[in-house]
Design a protein around this ligand. Structure first.
Ligand code: NAD
Length: 241
């Protein structure tokens, strides 16, 4: 059933890797989703950062190279457009698990990048004074080190088995406090804590909707509605302002 955003006041959209497929960026899971060469379940982890930090760059650095030529697709653009059409009566929060920065590139405004941004580099030593900085070098061949403390540098993203920042936790919590419409797009729903947001929304009696290329497996009972299809094709038909 089509969703008119004007009927809701606290809208939360959660996106995952599936929304960036039409931009030419692969998912972790789902059809065509393998990052075949390097297993993200091994190398997108905090443990890999400690033991084999160059492998973390080999996994994620390629995304930096891709993003020089791959931009937002119609799904990113549509979400940015509808946010701008809403008045102040409607709070719209776009929470993304993606690290590709494509929602901001499309012009979305109230974006929470839960897992950070691949376009930034920071020091892996949490006590170091070096501030995260914009960096387009993929660092896939030589491990970069910190100019201040000489620890390995790392992408400014959240790896598996790492914590979200306090600011991100606070913004997600605030967005979900009074949510009355929750839409998840292009996510397999297995990465926590994002996977638990639908439960929080359901408990707030929000309308909960999943838009994904394939059904959630196992099914998540907290989604009241499910649309199976490509985000870039479904969104304009399903969501209006
Ligand atoms: P995921 O890879 O686990 O799942 C992606 C889902 O998207 C799959 O269920 C797939 O069926 C679906 N999908 C594929 N194409 C689609 C399309 N055109 N329209 C709608 N759905 C589509 O992704 P996840 O749930 O986001 O979790 C994986 C983790 O990997 C996240 O933490 C994310 O940060 C990271 N990741 C990010 C990127 C990115 O920034 N673009 C890419 C890969 C992985």
């Amino acid at each position: 059933m089509p969703i008119n955003l004007k009927n809701y006041h606290h809208i939360v959209v959660l996106t995952g890797a599936g929304i960036s497929v039409a931009s030419g960026i692969r998912t972790f899971r789902g059809p065509g989703g393998l990052w075949e060469d390097i297993d993200p379940m091994i190398y997108a982890t905090h443990e890999a950062l400690l033991e084999t930090p160059l492998m973390v760059w080999k996994l994620f650095g390629v995304l930096r190279t891709q993003l020089k030529t791959h931009g937002p697709n119609p799904a990113h653009n549509y979400l940015a457009d509808i946010e701008k059409q809403l008045s102040n009566e409607h709070q719209f929060t776009l929470i993304t698990q993606n690290i590709d920065g494509l929602h901001l590139a499309a012009g979305s405004i109230n974006v929470v990048e839960m897992h950070g941004a691949i376009q930034r580099t920071r020091c892996s030593n949490e006590f170091c004074q070096l501030k995260p900085f914009e960096d387009d070098d993929p660092h896939t061949e030589v491990l970069p080190t910190c100019p201040i403390c000489h620890a390995p540098l790392r992408p400014d993203i959240v790896l598996f088995n790492e914590f979200l920042s306090e600011d991100v936790e606070r913004r997600c919590h605030t967005a979900l406090l009074d949510v009355d419409l929750f839409i998840a797009i292009g996510t397999s729903g297995v990465v926590y804590p994002a996977a638990s947001f639908v439960h929080s929304a359901y408990r707030k009696h929000a309308r909960t909707i999943l838009i994904n290329l394939e059904p959630m497996d196992p099914p998540n009972p907290y989604f009241m509605e499910e649309t199976i299809g490509k985000a870039e094709e479904c969104l304009p038909e399903l969501i209006t302002v």
